[in-house]
Design a protein around this ligand. Structure first.
Ligand SMILES: Cc1cc2nc3c(=O)[nH]c(=O)nc-3n(C[C@H](O)[C@H](O)[C@H](O)COP(=O)(O)OP(=O)(O)OC[C@H]3O[C@@H](n4cnc5c(N)ncnc54)[C@H](O)[C@@H]3O)c2cc1C
Ligand code: FES
Length: 300
């Protein structure tokens, strides 16, 4: 893992990137100077970021915040044009063009005594502030983190510092137990019949499986949904999700919802809606990189 940090200065620019770490060829962390956002941020909230003046606005979860340092942390996976472009351009000392937020309803930190916090892949980052808030609230916290293999594991140390128990799962068994996060959840439920709540964040298919794994035991299961967002203010309807009998807008009614009520199949269909346009945008950007001779970000 490569960490780059700017020298400590008092004249930091708004939205300046102070630290960058690359966790894998497609996953990178940016620590951004933004004292107001750091003061206002609550676990579960997100920001909408523009990396440059003509860039796309993309929603990103506030994966961590440090009120004393005045920074917020974003963990990003390069999956298409904008996130690949940012992987290339967002270096220590550069500035983001704009950050709006904090958006979304903060996660409800209940009076649960025993909580399982589950992160799958990139979902490990957004579940971290929720796990920390549960711990600060006096809960016994069991972390379950899932990755494809040991080379993709990140933030294990951060979770060990706040969790009473930590179960790492890898698809190939190269770290922790061999299996998916659902195997970790089942292991936790078998050992602790008194779990009050599970919080699961990751790809929709993983959150769907996690909700299925807790349904029989009747354990309350919260998930954080990531539909396509445009304005982030409840105006465009882009982030519409089906939850039970209701239609909700994830940007203003969520992003956290009861996992046993969410229609994940509908979410997964809607996420693929602009695949062709996204493919064309990524191809055009890659082509312009080739023409300019600039190095291209690693394809996801
Ligand atoms: C509340 C919320 C929090 C998120 N937090 C993070 C995070 O912390 N880290 C992270 O890497 N990603 C996060 N995402 C997803 C991130 O916004 C998308 O990966 C990004 O917008 C993709 O843009 P692109 O141009 O790189 O890829 P594209 O090629 O445009 O899209 C790739 C895929 O990303 C999704 N996507 C595209 N545009 C959007 C959009 N405007 N809003 C949401 N999803 C979109 C679609 O599934 C699409 O198929 C979050 C999404 C939401 C809704
Ligand atoms: S992003 Fe437009 S309504 Fe939620």
């Amino acid at each position: 893992m490569i960490t780059k940090t700017a020298p400590i200065r008092s004249d930091k620019k708004p939205f300046e990137i102070l630290t960058r770490e690359d966790y894998s060829p497609v996953t990178y962390m940016l620590e951004v100077h933004h004292p107001q956002m750091a003061r206002a941020a609550q676990p579960g909230q997100f920001v909408i970021v523009m990396s440059h003046a003509t860039g796309e606005r993309i929603p990103l979860t506030i994966a961590d915040f440090d009120r004393e340092k005045g920074t917020i942390t974003l963990v990003i996976q390069a999956v298409g044009k904008t996130t690949m472009e940012m992987q290339q351009s967002c270096q220590v000392g550069t500035v983001l063009y704009g950050i709006a937020g904090p958006m979304g309803i903060p996660s409800h930190v209940s009076s649960a005594k025993k909580v399982v916090c589950v992160g799958g892949g990139l979902g490990v980052a957004p579940v971290y502030p929720q796990a920390r808030a549960q711990k600060e609230n006096g809960a016994y916290v069991i972390g379950v983190l899932g990755f494809r293999n040991k080379d993709l594991v990140f933030w294990e140390d951060k979770f060990r510092a706040i969790c009473d128990e930590l179960i790492i799962c890898t698809d190939d068994g190269s770290a922790g137990i061999k299996g998916f996060v659902t195997d970790g959840i089942k292991q936790a439920i078998a050992k602790h019949p008194d779990i009050d709540e599970v919080v699961a964040i990751g790809p929709p298919v993983m959150m769907k499986a996690s909700a299925q794994a807790t349904r029989a035991a009747g354990i309350k299961t919260m998930v954080s949904l990531n539909p396509i967002m445009v304005d982030g203010t409840g105006m465009c309807g882009g982030c519409r999700v089906k939850v039970g009998e209701s239609v909700k807008f994830a940007c203003v009614d969520g992003p956290d919802f009861d996992g046993h009520q969410v229609d994940f199949d509908d979410l997964m269909v809607r996420l693929k809606r602009y695949k062709e346009e996204e493919r064309v945008a990524t191809e055009r950007w890659s082509e312009s990189c080739r023409m300019n001779g600039s190095p291209m970000a690693t394809a996801a």
